[in-house]
Write a protein that binds this ligand. Sequence first.
Ligand SMILES: C[S@@+](CC[C@H](N)C(=O)[O-])C[C@H]1O[C@@H](n2cnc3c(N)ncnc32)[C@H](O)[C@@H]1O
Length: 317
Amino acid sequence: MTEKLLSLDNIHHYSVAGKDIKIHTSPDVWSPYSAVEMLNFLEKYNYLSDIENKTMLDLGTGSGIIGIYCAIKNAIITVSDYSQHAVDDAVQNAILNETFIDGIMSDCFVQLENKKFDIILSNPPVQPWLFTDLEDLEHRPTSASWNEAGADGRLVLDALLKEGKNYLTDNGKMIISSSTRHGHQYTIDLLNQHWKNQWKIIYAKEHQLDENYHAPYFSTWLKLQTDDFDLRIYQKDEKGRKFAFQTDEDGQVFMITALEIDDKKTNVALKFNGDYWEVYDKNNNFLMPLSNQDDRMPTKPINENWYYQYFLIECQL
Ligand SMILES: C[S@@+](CC[C@H](N)C(=O)[O-])C[C@H]1O[C@@H](n2cnc3c(N)ncnc32)[C@H](O)[C@@H]1O
């Protein structure tokens, strides 16, 4: 742990459910963003009402805000992050808020082996590799590079979904965020596989992509959704239908969307053949023709913006 206390410069105040949380921000540590939305929702709907004296892990803690908020509510908190600097900042930020948390540097669950918690909370990273030096994963210069998690951005989320239950006490629960940017269908597949029917989405909110921050990642998300037709990022038409116009390797423009087919939402690609749209599933099987007049057919985007969905998921042992 760092010996010196954090400087009093760069202290930001975050209002979480009426509580003022002070966070010292460093350029290489993720500053709170969706964590505030997450905590406000969990508090408002009583997901954090009985955490006193419960052992909790905040995995991928960044500045520590999630763990610190729960420590203020008298939970017994461990925070972890792959970044030692984040762990140090989080521990110091707890002191700044007159509370205490234990900090462990850990790559996903690797250094947490044999530990168990009553509750795991996590707001994991989502960006795919771009600015990260893959030869030196433990030293990254910016919070953006720390927030990159594998070629598809799923590295930490997958660890939570696949291994989380091994780190919970009996009847323990895990509440994590995810995003369509992770590839939502695969998230659902892993939830069904590892948590059977013991999981539910408790919150879903659409967010607009921020050109300034997200633009460098656009091409990877578009490439990933070309493979499985599962919209990570999308535009919307006036009826709120979600879709993305993309270009295949031969330069042909096609549209990815989800269509109601036989009462089931199916991820598909639509290719225009000059007369009508051809609908293909993710294995490139032709499913059906679709005319421009079909009510299911998305129309033009309402604006230039691109969007994604942010989810909170509760998993119960
Ligand atoms: C989206 S930020 C969330 C930070 C904080 N929980 C919040 O919500 O503000 C994701 C955090 O995960 C950390 N992280 C990235 N890869 C990790 C890994 N392999 N294991 C553990 N933490 C990781 C990053 O350093 C970053 O602090």
